[in-house]
Design a binder for this molecule. Structure first.
Ligand code: PRX
Length: 667
């Protein structure tokens, strides 16, 4: 393996010629030429790429147009379509196509269990058989095209199998991250109304055991009290975590996966889907309390995730790819499941956590499977960085070729550690900026293409036209900062929010007319590189998990002793952002540590442990304008201890509240 793939040039890092010699994109000029075509002739560009997939019926296009889109609310309803009329199936393209091409014996998934030494693997042929068995079972249960199926599972291979089985029969999967609470799960079930939920008895993550089936039982009870009954709860017995005999059971509704699914045939017919038929729903947080069911369709998402995966990771057929994301988030959908499988990649799935049993686990796994592309989140990098270099250096990591980062801005010091220590200063880093809503990468390096700058996601992907927009909704050019928008449709973009097209329009298309608004702030430098600066709305990004402040507030005020709450983000060394909650108690209630714990617990119960506030700040009142609007700007400054930057507080109904809050900061 050649050394020094990348050499350092003051603030930018130039990719070494040896990496470039085999790279798919090896110069900015090559990129620029392809990019130009992708924006000048998006139909021709994407049609050429899409023709490499299997289409039962090709999209209809007499005039060469393969997409139609209105992103401007002033011109009527926002509507996006790609490859309309084309019939395909993403499961077929992810599995059958490769098996038919002779790749059946290639490993699709290497599964690494929570504990070292516990592992498994599945070839493409075996994976296809397992997917077919489950899809036959689902069909037998009456699940048909367009029906929703809820999935609440840990990182066992059965989770992507479940997603693929749904896709095969045209059912709409709705995966809920298995760290959400019963209440959060029940909300999502009530929104998409599945007749079947797939789950697992439990899981071990690090040294903890989580009884997932119990959480599902509570959620199903909760939906029942709202008048909705789920017919079947198919439960995978994960005996290493929670045994069958220790799992509560409701006869008639609950079925053990292993008792039924293996009895079904290993072949199953494919449901041919229109390119615009729904593939999945994935709930994400917004600036109001109710989670949004982001809806993705089949054809555009398929073409987009596969293409972005290939170029942003410079994927070659012999690569071994590991993405640490959970399938409960969009990264697990697009870049652990669909994107890599569509490319016929060998993928590592890891059940556990990066620092169990110790901080060297990730690099042990890299060496074990000879991982060449490693994709993770800055929060994991920062937390591993804290344990020093020894746990990394103890392992060879010589198979690594490309590193990836996702979920939040990566701070330059974490970037450099990732680059210098993990990648031995030879592996380019793809810092991929994108969102649940975008389906796939939007701004990302193409390793080999151009020099990298720590902390910058660099340049737009093919077909992506970013615009930096000012407060007046006008696009600004050159070196500048502002709101990050996208000015033309791309195949992987979401099509609507489940059951709420009006909210889709108001959230993403109404703020800046004619543009898709990302909710992120952004700067562009003199080289045209993009630097993401974080959310500009009331969404915070905790360890790469998107959390709406309104959701946390509504969980806090559900506590019987809480009168009011306001939540803001603050800089957190490991998590990127932490959750800082100002809480006003009901008249006469005394502050206490116990009450603090019970408020945090309320958030755990309503949302899940990952949304638990890091700090509860007692607030005799909140800083409000005379019209009653909470001035979060002031709360953010208090949380950040930037007390000399409070700005004008004279417009507050009661300015004295600010001093009272400052006085209580460390109480
Ligand atoms: O603020 C941006 C941040 O994560 C948000 C999207 O979150 P979610 O939909 O949960 O998807 C996460 C995985 C794609 C964005 O609005 N974000 C994501 N990637 C980056 C990022 N911020 C900076 N740099 C990134 N690479």
């Amino acid at each position: 393996m050649p050394q020094n793939f990348v050499t350092k040039h003051s603030t930018s890092y130039k990719v070494h010629d040896e990496f470039r010699s085999t790279a798919l994109i090896s110069s900015r000029e090559q990129y620029a030429a392809i990019y130009r075509r992708s924006v000048e002739d998006p139909d021709g560009f994407w049609a050429d790429i899409a023709s490499h997939f299997y289409w039962k019926t090709k999209w209809q296009s007499e005039d060469g147009k393969i997409h139609s889109a209105n992103m401007d609310v002033r011109n009527g309803q926002v509507a996006i379509e790609w490859f309309k009329g084309g019939k395909t199936n993403i499961c077929y393209n992810s599995l059958d196509r490769h098996v038919e091409a002779g790749l059946g014996d290639k490993i699709a998934f290497f599964w690494e269990g929570n504990d070292p030494g516990v592992d498994d693997k599945l070839t493409y042929k075996e994976l296809l058989e397992r997917v077919c068995q489950l899809s036959n079972y689902l069909r037998d249960q009456g699940v048909k095209k367009g029906d929703a199926v809820a999935i609440y599972m840990p990182m066992l291979v059965e989770l992507p199998i479940a997603m693929l089985a749904c896709a095969r029969i045209g059912a709409v999967h709705s995966v809920v991250f298995a760290g959400f609470s019963a209440e959060a799960l029940s909300q999502r079930i009530l929104d998409c109304r599945p007749n079947i939920v797939l789950t697992t008895s439990g899981v071990r993550r690090g040294s903890k055991v989580i009884k997932l089936k119990e959480i599902v039982d509570d959620a199903l009870q909760c939906v029942l009290s709202e008048g909705f009954a789920v017919g079947t709860c198919l439960t995978y017995a994960n005996d290493s975590a929670v045994k069958r005999e220790d799992t509560a059971w409701q006869k008639g509704r609950d079925i053990w996966w292993q008792d039924v699914v293996p009895n079904y045939p290993k072949e199953s017919a494919v449901e041919w889907m229109d390119a615009e038929d729904t593939l999945f729903l994935l709930y994400t947080s917004g600036s109001t309390g109710k989670p949004k069911g982001v809806l993705h369709t089949t054809g555009g998402y398929m073409v987009y995730t596969a293409t972005t995966f290939k170029y942003a990771f410079d994927y070659h057929d012999d690569d071994i790819y590991w993405c640490t994301a959970d399938c409960g988030w969009i990264t697990g959908h697009s870049y652990l499941t669909y994107g890599p499988l569509l490319n016929g990649a060998s993928i590592v799935i890891f059940e556990g956590v990066p620092n169990y049993p110790d901080a060297g686990r990730c690099w042990e796994i890299v060496d074990k499977y000879k991982v060449s592309i490693f994709y993770t989140a800055p929060t994991a990098i920062r937390s591993l960085m804290q344990s020093g270099n020894e746990p990394v250096k103890r392992h060879s990591r010589k198979s690594l070729r490309v590193l990836g980062s996702v979920g939040e801005p990566i701070n330059p010091s974490a970037w450099r550690w990732y680059y210098d220590v993990v990648g031995d200063a030879r592996c380019p880093i793809s810092d991929t900026w994108w969102q649940t809503e975008t389906g796939g990468f939007m701004i990302t390096p193409l390793p080999g293409g151009w020099p990298l700058k720590p902390g910058s996601a660099t340049l737009p992907f093919f077909g992506v036209q970013p615009a930096i927009v000012n407060e007046n909704g006008l696009e600004i050019s050159g070196e500048c900062s502002g709101y990050l928008c996208i000015k033309a449709p791309w195949p992987g973009m979401m099509r609507t929010l489940q059951g709420d097209h009006a909210r889709y329009e108001t959230t993403y298309f109404a703020p800046f007319k004619g543009f898709y608004f990302s909710g992120d702030g952004c700067r562009r430098d003199k080289d045209g590189y993009y630097w993401l600066t974080g959310r500009v709305d009331d969404v915070i990004n905790v360890s790469g998990h998107r959390i709406g402040t309104a959701e946390v507030e509504s969980a806090l005020v559900s506590h019987p002793q809480c009168a009011e709450a306001a939540v803001v983000g603050f800089d957190h060394e490991i998590k990127g952002q932490g959750i800082y909650a100002f809480v006003t108690l009901l008249e006469g209630v005394e502050y206490s540590q116990q009450l603090r714990a019970s408020l945090v617990n309320a958030v755990r119960t309503h949302i899940g442990p990952f949304a638990a506030p890091d700090k509860i700040h007692w607030a005799p009142g909140l800083p409000k304008t005379r019209s009653g609007k909470i001035m979060r700007r002031i709360l953010r400054k208090i949380a950040a201890k930037q007390l000399d930057e409070l700005g004008d507080i004279s417009t507050l109904a009661d300015p004295s509240i600010v001093d009272q809050l400052i006085g209580l900061r460390d109480k």
